[in-house]
Design a protein. Structure first.
Length: 278
């Protein structure tokens, strides 16, 4: 019998969608969030309000679980002191729970962990592989770097399997030209989570969280380990949103988009400086 699944951040948009889809697939769910769950509970699910800062509460929710889907924490750019508690210390509590239970952990990482890489344009050879350097575009992205490295350490040191999903832009549909490259459909995310749960072994894996978008910024990753391939594509929306760009050169230059512009104070380097200094 399949062990229960713990889903943190269950009251957020992605958490609510995943709760519905995972329950429909027959999984027993334990849902938790600092905010109340706003929907009727799906069949086979229970909800307990808990703060990621409360390590004992997280451990209790994880008891007997085979997989933890960690979608909790601050999900947008905020000052460091707001990010620190839920995204750093909270993640430690989740990993400790996974270690104690021998559970697999799926971490909702982000493209903002690599946001200051430049966009590849039409050059497919310039697409980033999952082994690329981290280049976070803010404190939120920095917390996702921390999360991926914590997964690396917990795998190497304790054998805790983990899948780190660098989510691009997961919304019902793309809203601008950048999202023609970064969009991840709800359906593709749900199918990915089901694959993460079912895979026989994953080790420490990193997967780009994007649908089958022809203009993707991203290349090779570890998706073969979970047997997942996206089925949807942002290309369907090109006529609707392909003309929507900002007037900000920083936002349009880098993969992280508008997050790169938040509190940006560096003078724009020349192409030569960019090459020499990285």
């Amino acid at each position: 019998m399949t062990k229960p699944i713990l889903l943190t951040g269950a009251s957020g948009n992605l958490g609510r969608m995943l709760a519905r889809e995972l329950a429909a697939a027959g999984h027993t769910l334990r849902l938790t969030d600092i905010a109340p769950f706003p929907d009727p509970l799906p069949p086979g699910a229970r909800f307990v309000k808990a703060d990621l800062a409360d390590g004992l509460a997280i451990i209790r929710q994880a008891e007997g679980c085979g997989t933890i889907l960690h979608f909790g924490g601050i999900s947008v750019e905020r000052p460091f002191l707001e990010i620190e508690g839920p995204n750093l210390r909270g993640l430690y509590h989740v990993y400790e729970a996974a270690r104690r239970e021998g559970a697999r952990l799926v971490f909702a990482s982000s493209n903002h962990s690599i946001g200051f890489h430049e966009r590849p344009g039409a050059n497919a050879n310039a697409r980033l592989d999952a082994s690329c350097d981290f280049r976070p575009d803010g404190y939120y992205g920095l917390s996702k770097v921390y999360g991926e490295l914590m997964g690396r350490m917990y795998w190497d040191k304790h054998g805790v399997e983990n899948v780190n999903v660098r989510i691009g832009s997961c919304f019902p549909k793309p809203i601008n030209r950048r999202m023609l490259s970064t969009w991840l459909s709800y359906g593709d995310l749900a199918r990915m989570m089901l694959a993460c749960i079912a895979a026989p072994a994953v080790g420490h894996s990193v997967i780009w969280g994007a649908s089958a978008n022809p203009d993707t910024f991203w290349g090779a990753d570890h998706r073969d380990r979970i047997g997942w391939a996206p089925q949807d594509s942002a290309e369907t929306f090109r006529d609707e949103v392909g003309h929507i760009v900002s007037s900000d050169p920083v936002e349009e230059r880098y993969q992280g988009g508008g997050y790169c512009s938040i509190e940006y104070s560096r003078a724009a380097p020349s192409p030569r400086q960019a090459f020499d200094l990285g």
